[in-house]
Design a binder for this molecule. Sequence first.
Ligand code: GDP
Ligand code: ZN
Length: 460
Amino acid sequence: MTIYALSSAPGRAGIAVIRISGRASRKTLYALCNGRLPAPRVSSFRRLRHPTSREMLDEAMVLWLPGPANFTGEDMAELYVHGGRAVVTAVMNALADVGLRLAEPGEFTRRAFGNGKLDLTEAEGLADLINADTEIQRRQALAQHSGAMRARYEKWRRTLLKAMAYVEASLDFSDEADIADGAFKEAVPEARLLAAELERALADGRRGEILREGISVAIVGEPNVGKSSLLNALAGREAAIVYDEPGTTRDVIEVSLDLDGYPFVLRDTAGIREAASPVEQEGVRRALAAAEAADVVLAMVDGSCGDAGALPAEGEAGGTPSGEGIAAAVTSSSGVKLIVVNKVDLAPPPAPGSFGPEAIYISAKTCLGLDALKAALVRFASESYGSGEAPTITRVRHRQEIGRARAALVAFLDGAEAGEAPELAAEHLREAADALGRLTGRLDVEDVLGQIFGEFCVGK
Ligand code: GDP
Ligand code: ZN
């Protein structure tokens, strides 16, 4: 079936791109161009006509991309038409009139995968590239799309196949114990090395996933210290509601920020204190949950009221109930903590170091110190997550399969030590190979396909 879709963003624009893929691409393009099929891969100006009614639809640049040397591997055509809604509709209707079908989300990429143009990790990299908002996300997605992960996973799989070959050999020579034994022993160090390598890959601090999703930052602190003001100052717009009344931020408000190419998702939370109303208690509960899940916690205090709002030192019994609440939020989070002292525009300035040597002094009102705060966030990001170029796990799916492969290898190694039958040993290795195969889509993939290609938009 030949498919078509609008590949550029929907809505009015200067130019819209309509893509066609499948057997009927050539015939359809020939008819649209009134018999003047363009030379392959040469952008050509054509008047487009409805294939049956002959009505003129638009003037366009068109590309004829015969397969297999193109994105999907099938015959393809691309139409660069004027980007008005009616133009796009008229051209797409004409394609439907001659029997083409509107593509499903991700269907072009799915066909590319089916024709061996890319593996699953490269297809996922393409989806990430389309969704990349920041420079680091772009780099990470491009590395994945251009095969950095595929290379790594296929190398692992080759090592595994080698180990499997030794085990198979030991099964083949089962009536010659010496040879069988010797072959089996060759498999063990290969498996051990690979298990260690998978272990290392898993212990990456989730940097790829975090960069893909955005580094999560929770701003916590007592009511009225200036959390919402900081969020607004960083976002450069009125994202959160600022009130004089304590406890007005009840829900968690999110703002996406691009700092030096690093993607951050900032969350303003309800002030943490002994909440009066049930609604407020719910806000506090969510604030604590946001802090717990955050990669970075900005613990904010009001620098204008002496150290009344200061964080109680760890293990210190004193402090107000709200102070304890913040301390709990801060300590329950596994993320890094930054102390942010706000309202330094109000006199008198706090004595240097009175909030700890690492504290960052700001005014959400005058924006003083915001650059230092941003720099601290960027420094943390680059130290913790790198520049997005090293191959890394970017999805839970990868983490799960690598985890399964590792577990199967460990089962193999344990079995080998315990003198398990080689038939069982072979089964463990096969399990590991299946898991790695699912990563790149080499086998048993049908179930994961829908999930991966469903992430794409129509036209990709
Ligand atoms: P939140 O409850 O922690 O979110 O605090 P808000 O952002 O709602 O701010 C509470 C009050 O403090 C508002 O009246 C703000 O205008 C004021 N405020 C916030 N940041 C500053 C600051 O840096 N300096 C001064 N002078 N006032 C601030
Ligand atoms: Zn607020």
